[in-house]
Design a binder for this molecule. Structure first.
Ligand SMILES: N[C@@H](CC1=CC(=O)C(=O)C=C1)C(=O)O
Length: 419
């Protein structure tokens, strides 16, 4: 299938619907079922569908056979989970959905990482340590949201009614009506579906650690009252069909653990320092998470308490760009490198979730399915800050008369940062 240019515009023509937390989504059983199925489908893996006792799938069989067929069809190249995951870091390749891919091929094998993004060059598209950190990751999460939408095309209302109850005309009419009704419900559910976020600063996390929806081997999805299906859990890990290009083993800075990315055939959390791995070590992850959770919660709270005076006495961020990222901040006297930032808290969460594993390393992190629920929450915190402090946000481009430079990011305090 030819590669296509994929504009990232979010879910269109489906009305305005909120993104739900993963906890809220689990209560909305139909939405949860679609969300999990679509995540499995874009991961291009076996769904592992297993009817639970007492589930009669006769009426649903036509719809589900569509779904299962979707799962085995080669999906569009740019819109697979593996392709989206690979935009962030490795493999250092242009994304197939990028309209200008191959048009500006300045890839340098000896210097594949894009360390000087001016002019931009591929080699890992992600932006960190810059004011672009949250605004780059916003459409990135949206790309996955759009991607799961394409997996829902199976509820498009053009499959035939199921071949049941063909004994009489009235039965057939009844069956068609039922089938139309079912499809309408699922179409409405699909229209409202948005990508979920996980609030790791929730007080519940400090008590119970990682929600089990991220670690269970299988999930049970309820399709209608009395009919539940078991499926593999697409939130706990991603299995590679082959090791992505450029994956290398990485040893941590203390020289104590090696992540064998060149050999591990799946993503992993808290792996042993060995090429042999079994499963995520959720107990080790939880020990780290529960210990850090109260601090994370305080850090998030203090990001939202903008001090009235711009004094460097507190670690709270004082300006928008200090909130946004941990490195490139306004270039004048308000420049306090000591402040905490959204990016700083987000970094801590990466390390807590990864241990010796994917989430700890930016080049490999996008492949762990939890990455996108983590970043959906980062995006939510970014949106909340903009909502609470609209006057503190960037007000536009500014041209510095002294050196004639353009600074793309000027904030209301008069401070600015160029890129
Ligand atoms: N300690 C890691 C934290 C991290 C941040 C990321 O943004 C990421 O994708 C993966 C890991 C780092 O700063 O490199």
């Amino acid at each position: 299938m030819p590669d296509i240019s994929v504009p990232i515009v979010g879910r269109e023509h489906t009305g305005v619907h909120p993104r739900l937390s993963i906890d809220e989504l689990q209560i909305e059983t139909k939405q949860f079922a679609l969300s999990i199925l679509s995540y499995l489908i874009i991961q291009y893996r076996n769904v592992g569908l297993e009817p639970q006792p007492g589930c009669n799938m006769t009426v649903y069989s036509a719809i589900f056979s569509e779904l299962l067929m979707f799962g085995v069809k080669p999906p569009e190249q740019a819109l697979t989970f593996a392709r989206i995951a690979g935009i962030h870091g490795l493999p250092y390749e242009e994304w197939k959905g990028d309209p200008s891919h191959d048009a500006k091929a300045d890839y340098d094998e000896n210097d594949p990482k894009d360390t000087e993004p001016k002019p931009s060059r591929f080699g890992g598209y992600c932006n960190h340590g810059s004011v672009l950190f949250p605004s780059w990751h916003r459409p990135y999460v949206m790309a996955l949201e759009v991607c799961t939408e394409t997996a829902l095309s199976w509820v498009q209302l053009n499959n035939p009614p199921p071949a049941i109850h063909r004994r009489s005309r009235s039965c057939l009419r009844e069956s068609s009506r039922l089938h139309r009704y079912i499809r309408r419900i699922w179409a409405d559910t699909a229209a409202a579906l948005r990508f979920p976020w996980w609030d790791w600063a929730d007080s519940d996390v400090a008590q119970n650690g990682l929600p089990t929806v991220f670690s269970d081997d299988r999930l049970v999805l309820e399709f209608y009252s009395g009919c539940a299906m078991g499926v593999f859990n697409p939130l706990s890990f991603f299995p590679f069909q082959s090791i992505p290009k450029g994956f290398k083993d990485v040893t941590n800075s203390d020289n104590t653990m090696t992540a064998y990315f060149s050999q591990w055939m799946r993503t992993i959390r808290y792996a042993p320092s060995s090429p042999e791995i079994q499963d995520n070590d959720t107990a080790a992850l939880n020990a780290a998470l529960i210990q850090e959770a109260p601090t994370l919660r305080n850090r998030v709270a203090s990001l939202f308490t903008l001090p009235a005076t711009k004094s460097p006495q507190t670690s709270a961020s004082h300006t928008f760009d200090e909130f946004l990222n941990h490195t490139v901040q306004s270039t004048n006297e308000l420049h306090y490198y000591t402040s905490d930032s959204l990016e700083g808290v987000h970094d801590s969460m990466h390390d807590i979730l990864g241990g010796n594993g994917n989430m700890t390393y930016p080049d490999y992190a996008g492949f762990d399915p939890i990455f996108f629920l983590h970043h959906c929450n980062v995006d939510r915190l970014y949106a909340l800050w903009e909502y609470v402090y609209p006057k503190e946000c960037y007000i536009g481009q500014w041209n510095n008369p002294e050196d004639q430079s353009d600074y793309s990011f000027t904030q209301s305090t008069g401070t600015y940062s160029g890129l």
